[in-house]
Design a protein around this ligand. Structure first.
Ligand code: ATP
Ligand code: MG
Length: 414
């Protein structure tokens, strides 16, 4: 018997009271069997979405055409999806229409891998029709049914196989792997957005060494064509760096492109092009390029270098840049140590109240106007003063800065 949250129990109970079946399904069952706490609770039911919407106060018709209703139970959003069969697949993609069915078996059959195709009933029974538990124990990702057919139906499943291998540190079962190799070109039919979701998820995992599957199966050519010239050693090199870094999106993406060019600017340009073609959001793309473009700071990083770095990328990305620099120059334990030391160093700079950003200057644009400086010269003088106090923090005093502003002006801002 597993511990199931009250909210989930309540939803299942309500549906059962109305005379229908409801079970926990997919990801959370896999997580429970691995003694992990599920991050979402997906429920499958024989009831129709319209009925589910009637039985609960707070519902959102998240994907009603596909049978999914989100039920808000307390603060917990729960996805309740009607048992379904996918209608004919076209172009190797998930179908746009589905057929609702009344039995769980059909619903489990359309799922991708045996470890994802199990259900859990409140009675305590695990419904495992395809040997998912055995595969979980052995650490194997195996397609449900005929792997070639399943990848022909929806080619994204091949990338999902890589994602789950990376997430769980599992191996891909032989026939499933062979089918991936054969069907890899079908990935070209899948939308860039769906590819990006799985690829980023695969990157941000505990076992990124399984990313080697991408070049090995040929999938890389269709999801990261920028790396066609990479040989196995290049991939291994990138993976080694990924393994040493926290599983954070901007950092892991940047790491992938850290050697994609000869110079930081080339790496940033390569990342921008690849991530744009994957249709990643602009915020992520600009963060990744911002961190890649920074030059390496020497170690131990001078206070002034850290301040300039924080200014260049913003405080929220500072640590990401530090990680990138650390993994480039150190190994093993030293990587984290270097980042911790540099982050601590920056904290103490801030605690001492030293100026890092324009707003930290002891003098404002208004003060400069009062002494007759105007127009774009204001910005130029402020930036020059900030640069000065970056190296000479004790000079961040109004009187001193005004004096300096005057002499800068006289010297024509040199
Ligand atoms: P995670 O914990 O990473 O979210 P998950 O198993 O919940 O893992 P999702 O992508 O959220 O993965 O998908 C939920 C479930 O839906 C899967 O467990 C699987 O049963 C099914 N599924 C999702 N995508 C597909 C697909 N393309 N083909 C077949 N089944 C799929
Ligand atoms: Mg999920």
């Amino acid at each position: 018997m597993f511990q199931i949250p009250q909210e989930v129990q309540k939803v299942i109970h309500t549906i059962e009271q109305a005379g229908f079946e409801a079970v926990v399904v997919g990801g959370p069952v896999r997580d429970l069997l691995r003694a992990q706490t599920p991050h979402d609770w997906d429920i499958a039911t024989s009831a129709r979405p319209e009925q589910v919407m009637k039985w609960f106060h707070k519902t959102i018709p998240t994907g009603i055409r596909h049978g999914t209703v989100t039920v808000l139970m307390g603060n917990m959003p729960l996805e309740v999806t009607t048992y379904r069969q996918e209608a004919a697949y076209q172009n190797h993609r998930q179908p746009t229409s589905v057929a609702f069915v009344s039995n769980l078996e059909e619903d489990l059959k359309r799922r991708d891998f045996t470890i994802n195709a199990m259900a859990y009933r409140m009675s305590g029974a695990v419904v495992d029709l395809f040997g998912g538990q055995a595969d979980l124990e052995r650490g194997i990702i195996r397609a449900v049914g005929d792997a070639r057919e399943r990848f022909e139906e929806d080619a994204l499943r091949m990338l999902r196989a890589v994602r789950f291998a990376c997430k769980l540190d599992f191996a891909i079962e032989q026939q499933t792997a062979a089918a991936m190799q054969e069907k890899a070109p079908l990935l070209q039919y899948i939308s860039k957005e769906r590819i990006a979701v799985e690829l980023t998820a695969a990157l941000c995992t505990a076992a990124p060494q399984h990313l080697l599957l991408l070049p090995q199966t040929g999938l890389a050519a269709y999801c990261l064509p920028e790396f066609v010239s990479w040989n196995e050693a290049d991939w291994k090199n990138a993976i080694e760096r990924l393994q040493q870094l926290p599983a954070e999106k901007t950092l892991r993406l940047a790491t992938l492109f850290q050697k994609a060019g000869e110079t930081p600017a080339q790496c940033a340009a390569a990342a921008k092009k690849a991530l744009k073609s994957l249709k990643l959001d602009n915020h992520t793309i600009s963060n990744v390029t911002a961190v890649l473009i920074q030059q390496i700071v020497s170690f131990p990083a001078a206070d002034a270098a850290l301040k300039r770095l924080a200014r260049a990328v913003g405080e929220e990305l500072l640590e990401t840049v530090l990680w990138l620099h650390a993994v480039e120059n150190y190994d093993g334990q030293q990587v984290r140590q270097w980042v911790e030391d540099a982050a601590w160093q920056y904290q103490t700079i801030k605690q001492r109240g030293e100026a890092v950003f324009l707003q930290d200057l002891a003098l404002s644009g208004e003060d400069l106007k009062n002494v007759g400086i105007s127009g774009k010269e204001i910005g130029e003088v402020l930036r020059a003063l900030l640069e000065w106090v970056t190296e000479h923090p004790n000079d961040n005093q109004k009187v001193l800065l005004l004096k300096r502003a005057n002499s800068l002006r006289k010297a024509g801002l040199k």
